[in-house]
Design a binder for this molecule. Structure first.
Ligand SMILES: [Fe+2]
Length: 331
């Protein structure tokens, strides 16, 4: 375990965990460079033939894209220190979830000293780390930059055919709290979203599931990754850059009902969406969110923009074929 004492503890890790990095595996490095740096406005930190790395803040790496023939994605979660890490590892051990400890080149690629990797719901690779490598200089991002800090890199939304098991996993292993719910009908499908927070960010994980027959219309590991821009101007500028570059926009600018984020969704070269959002809400207000069910994901906007009939048919086909697949759950 290398200096980390695994011991059973009942103390909560709520507030001690945040999304730290995302590692994308993709054959499309040139497209990713254009998308993340020129479109969204992240700072390019490594531009190599086998990997790209992007910064949004003091961390040396926040988004890493490694060249691979197949698309894949790992989520890195930053944990405050050995006690919280030990608590999470003890919970995984008690549920007999295998954890691999990794250092060296694999850790360096992610911009961390060491990581603990395991397979979560829907075979999502999840990784824990304590010590991020920091860069000595400020990131050369476009605009005013990104909001991270105690809230972490952003949030992810994951579609699932087993929402109860997925929510139970995040609650049991990470002490996630439910912020609220949204019901909506999107592309003719009734969906229920459950928003889970592990720190003061309104949510770090959104669990999306169809109502009635359990289908999964997305073949990507995550449905979207969100990053938070510092100003509303940054959203407008990034939106204009993406449009000028011909980057597909899944949903145009709009405002969410629950976290009040003003955001748009761009289609990444890997097929999942990147939501760039801005919120007027300050830090530390998460505990005040009423645990209600909002009707509709948006107060205004978020209209489908570059989604073709083919895209919608593909989602419907994915939903139907998902009925034939088993969805993995670690317990
Ligand atoms: Fe989102």
């Amino acid at each position: 375990m290398n200096a980390i004492d695994v011991q059973r503890t009942t103390s909560s890790v709520y507030g001690a965990v945040r999304l730290g990095y995302v590692l994308v595996e993709s054959p499309r490095l040139a497209e990713w460079k254009r998308f993340a740096a020129d479109g969204i406005g992240m700072a390019l930190a490594e531009d190599g033939p086998s990997a790209l790395a992007f910064r949004t803040d003091a961390h040396a790496r926040r988004l890493i894209v490694r060249r691979n023939a197949n698309e894949d994605l790992s989520l890195g979660w930053q944990v405050d220190g050995p006690p919280a890490l030990g608590a999470i590892l003890a919970r995984l051990a008690s549920r007999k979830v295998a954890v691999e400890e990794i250092a060296g080149e694999e850790a360096a690629l992610r911009g961390v000293e060491r990581l603990w990797r395991f397979v979560g719901p829907k075979r999502q690779a999840l990784e824990l780390f304590v010590e991020p490598k920091l860069a000595p200089d400020a990131p050369r991002v476009r605009g005013e930059g990104f909001v991270t800090g105690a809230r972490g890199l952003g949030h992810v939304a994951i579609t699932t055919r087993k929402p109860e098991a997925m929510i139970a996993f995040w609650r049991e292993i990470f002490d996630a709290k439910i912020s609220d719910f949204i019901e909506d009908r999107i592309n003719g499908v009734d969906l229920k979203f459950t928003f889970l927070r592990v720190n003061s960010r309104h949510h770090s994980i959104a669990v999306a599931a169809t109502k009635g027959l359990a289908m999964d219309p997305f073949t990507t590991k995550i449905q979207h990754l969100e990053m938070q821009a510092a100003t509303l101007d940054d959203i407008g500028e990034a939106y204009r850059r993406c449009r000028a570059l011909g980057i597909k926009i899944a949903m145009a600018v709009g405002q969410h009902t629950n976290d009040r984020d003003v955001s748009f969704y761009a289609v990444t070269p890997s097929g999942f969406y990147l939501e760039l959002g801005w919120s007027s809400e300050g830090d530390g207000e998460a505990e005040a969110w009423p645990q209600v069910t909002h009707q509709g994901i948006s107060v205004w906007g978020h209209k489908p923009l570059d989604q073709t009939l083919g895209d919608r048919l593909a989602q419907m086909r994915n939903g139907v074929t998902s009925l034939l697949r088993k969805e993995y759950s670690p317990f």
